[in-house]
Design a protein around this ligand. Structure first.
Ligand code: NG6
Ligand code: CA
Length: 520
């Protein structure tokens, strides 16, 4: 359908060179964590929690030490991953409410469309956070909400509309609420409460975990959320079962895909380790770091389960597994879950400064592993790579010609994904929660002077905003961005500024940042 709109069309042509190398198109399993920081996974060396399944994946593949998501929060990172376009080029791509309209409109050509054009079976399971339906706040959650992931290339979806801390607290399968009883319809509002419904603000006595900031509206499963909802009792998720449910549906998708000869692309977006962190009792209390550490164990379990499934189905050699995260680490993100108190020596962002929301490296430098048994030589890559490039890189692998105007920021770096010795990107733009941009070439990091608070006081995160001066860091000698060397290196500042402006202005759909900020 999109090919009608975009006349050039996507042709699933297989380049003869690649076809020679590969007997079959590989399956692609993308495991996308939520809020897991660079240092949270033990393969990266600074975690107080062992994540052995991820360690094994890393030892069998390439572990990237300089991989970036496109933004320091979820919605814009996911937008960029799926569209191949930096989210700051588009208004309305900031952290989405639970009742937001679908942010990626059906006429956009997405990475899922690309895989479909290559003949893949496509699926998304887990956290969505990219809006659903045509109009914000106007969804009928009791019917089929459209557009949904099926309209942007996913044959199958089993998703949480937004996040675990946002209403509606139900899973949606192919656009429809799962387990809803027609006699108990579900309603959602982000403006006012439904009469008679308790809230975290007014009824803290009903809560089993108190918010630390925000998160004081409707109560579901003894936890208050962002947003209001009522009804839908039979469909409400139990937080402690979310990881099991997501994992089971991911495994089912993989198993079912084997009934067809076509390969699969599965975007498996975990809820772990986003707040509220309420892992299953198998993990509760097991990490010593409280629910945040326990959620890491839960994430690792999910990784183990899907890896076991691949093995059992004899798909190891024919499946590319990628693992990464949507933004950097945050410790207290809104609930009193002891994450701060029990942190100890755990370094969630590794040596990197800032974290989720931030322009500093802790915001977007995330764990990243790719494994393809028999094809990728295990190793470590320190080269700069970005999630925004998965689109063009996999399109190249599949031999799909991208329609003109699609994936404008995505570059084909298939070689650097497949070979730790191959250099990656020249530059990548980092995007913080205030929509402030910075840029790195992997060695230098430039953060232009920009308005915004220095610190997110709620989460205690340094955001990197400094209206008074430019910042320049030498990441080789100072990966923690402690010494601003902008004044000593005016030429480098100028060079990076020029490059950043060139990238901004190269956008096909560029609106000035000021304009997009106004629209947010
Ligand atoms: C913030 C929430 C935070 C989290 C974040 C989105 C408050 C005070 N904080 O607004 O808890 O939900 O949005 O996280 O409400 S993300 O990983 O999905 O981007
Ligand atoms: Ca996130």
């Amino acid at each position: 359908m999109k090919n009608l709109i975009l006349p050039i069309g996507a042709l699933a042509l297989y380049s003869s060179a690649f076809a020679q190398q590969l007997p079959e198109r590989p399956n692609v399993l993308l495991i996308y964590a939520d809020d897991i920081g660079y240092g949270d996974l033990s393969c990266n060396g600074t975690s107080a929690v062992r994540t052995p399944n991820v360690e094994r994946l890393a030892s069998e593949g390439i572990r990237f030490t300089n991989a970036h998501c496109a933004a320091a929060t979820s919605t814009p990172s996911r937008y960029a991953l799926l569209t191949g376009e930096y989210a700051w080029r588009r208004k309305g791509t900031g952290i989405a409410a639970g009742n937001a309209a679908m942010i990626i409109t059906p006429e956009r050509y997405t990475i899922a469309d690309m895989f479909k054009d290559a003949g893949y079976q496509t699926g998304v399971v887990g956290k969505w956070h990219l809006g659903l339906g045509n109009e914000t706040g106007k969804q009928d959650w009791n019917g089929v909400v459209k557009p949904n992931p099926a309209d942007i290339g996913f044959d199958y979806s089993y998703i949480m509309a937004a996040t675990a801390d946002r209403t509606p607290c139900i899973f949606m399968e192919n656009g429809k609420g799962v387990g809803l009883d027609p006699d108990d319809p579900v309603y959602v509002s982000y403006t006012k409460n439904f009469p008679g419904e308790p809230t975290g603000k007014d009824n803290p006595e009903l809560l089993r975990m108190l918010p630390s900031h925000g998160h004081d509206q409707s109560i579901v499963n003894g936890i208050s959320r962002i947003g209001y909802m009522k009804g839908g009792k039979s469909a409400l998720w139990k937080d402690e079962d979310i990881a099991d449910s997501i994992t089971a549906h991911a495994i089912r998708f993989i198993e079912k895909s084997q009934q067809s000869k076509e390969p699969f692309f599965l975007y498996l977006a975990t809820n772990d380790i986003h707040v509220p962190r309420v892992p299953h009792k198998r993990f509760a209390g097991k990490s010593g770091l409280g629910p945040r550490g326990d959620a890491l164990l839960s994430f690792d379990w999910t990784v183990g389960q899907v890896m076991e499934t691949l093995k059992k189905l004899n798909l190891d050699d024919n499946t590319i597994v990628i693992l990464s995260s949507d933004n950097g680490a945050v410790i207290d993100d809104g609930y009193q879950d002891q994450a701060v108190e029990l942190l100890g020596n755990h370094k969630a962002t590794g040596v990197y400064r800032g974290g989720k929301y931030s322009s500093y490296e802790g915001g977007t430098r995330v764990p990243c592993i790719i494994r393809w048994k028999g094809q990728i030589t295990p190793g470590v890559s320190d080269y700069l790579v970005s999630q925004v490039d998965w689109f063009a890189s996999f399109a190249s692998m599949c031999g799909v010609n991208l329609p003109e105007g699609s994936a404008p920021d995505s570059e084909n770096h298939l070689n650097s994904w497949m070979d730790a010795k191959q250099e990656g990107r020249s530059w990548t733009v980092e995007h913080n929660v205030q929509n402030n941009l910075s840029i790195t070439d992997g060695v230098w990091k430039y953060i232009p002077a920009a308005d915004g608070p220095a610190v997110n006081k709620q989460t205690n995160t340094e955001l990197g905003n400094n209206p008074a001066e430019d910042q320049l860091y030498d990441l080789t000698s100072d990966p923690g961005e402690h010494f601003n060397v902008a004044k000593e290196n005016p030429e480098m500042v100028q060079k990076m500024r020029t490059e950043l402006l060139r990238i901004i202005n190269s956008g096909l759909h560029y609106k000035s940042l000021k304009e997009s900020k106004k629209d947010e």
